[in-house]
Design a protein around this ligand. Sequence first.
Ligand code: AMP
Ligand code: MG
Length: 334
Amino acid sequence: MSQIDFEAELLAAVRAVRDAALVCQSVQSNLVTAATLEKKDRSPVTVADFASQALVCSSLIEHSGIHAIVGEENAAELRETGAEKTRDQVVEHVRNIRGAGISTDQALDWIDVGGVTPDGSLERYWTLDPIDGTKGFLRGEQYAIALGLIEGGQVVAGVLGCPNLPGPDGSPGCLLSAARGRGATVRPLAARGDDGLEQIRVSDITSTAAARFCESVESGHSDQDQSAQIAAALDITEEPVRVDSQAKYAILAQGEAQIYLRLPTRKDYREKIWDHAAGLIVVEEAGGRVTDVRGNDLDFGHGRQLETNSGVIATNGPIHDTVLAAVAKFVDVG
Ligand code: AMP
Ligand code: MG
């Protein structure tokens, strides 16, 4: 198998995620309103989600050497009768970026490029969450566009677009990227090329008493009662930082928190590969550690889900074993 040209692949991934993230940013600011919030109307996120997947896939086809894409979405729902309004809105956003000549079929086919299911024979592929943190998107809060590259069951590169996290220059939106052995960087979301690029590094604290921890806003995605018990056992006094999406990994990688707890709320839930691939590589390359609640590495070699893992614990590194020991006291790690 040929070697990956990491420079070229990261460049392709950054271009892909940036296009998608800028569209999501504009959809969120134009379509998420008091009225959609009040009605619990999910249509803005549906439009942005499909447009994002179409844009990332079309960009990877053009600029990446790797065309297998395991995305969260496929276009089946958009091809149904009754979906015309959403479909037209998705296509309009794709045309705004890729050109007025793009047909509806072309836009839907791009979404379906991301419909690959990995099996043992697929050695290398991208995995995409076109909008991670859909609930955050609809609340006008945090969400992310997450693209990871998997090879041999391990994440080897990734890009995380966080349109509502401040960039290194203070402007809204940042884009983090990392490749195995090459470190992790952040740049302003709207910057071109390598403008404003900075290396990032996790916090260097060695005592959990000085730590801040991140967790989901949604109590159904991570057990917040257990995390409070764990935080107390670790002498953590700061309130938890609750944010949606892989923005949690972005916050950890930039040293603004030291722990991310994702504690299973159900024994049978399996984490999805696209919910963790990009975040994991960014944190690890910024110097941190990522495992499941048992302390095992996340194994991306079992299809669309992390079949052999339970929950996720990410830290700045030095405090990881202490955090795992506290987790084992309160969580049934089986
Ligand atoms: P977050 O924004 O961190 O709360 O995570 C959002 C992600 O949680 C979504 O992309 C879903 O794939 C995932 N998810 C859905 N149900 C669960 C669950 N029961 N436990 C953990 N994660 C879940
Ligand atoms: Mg997700």
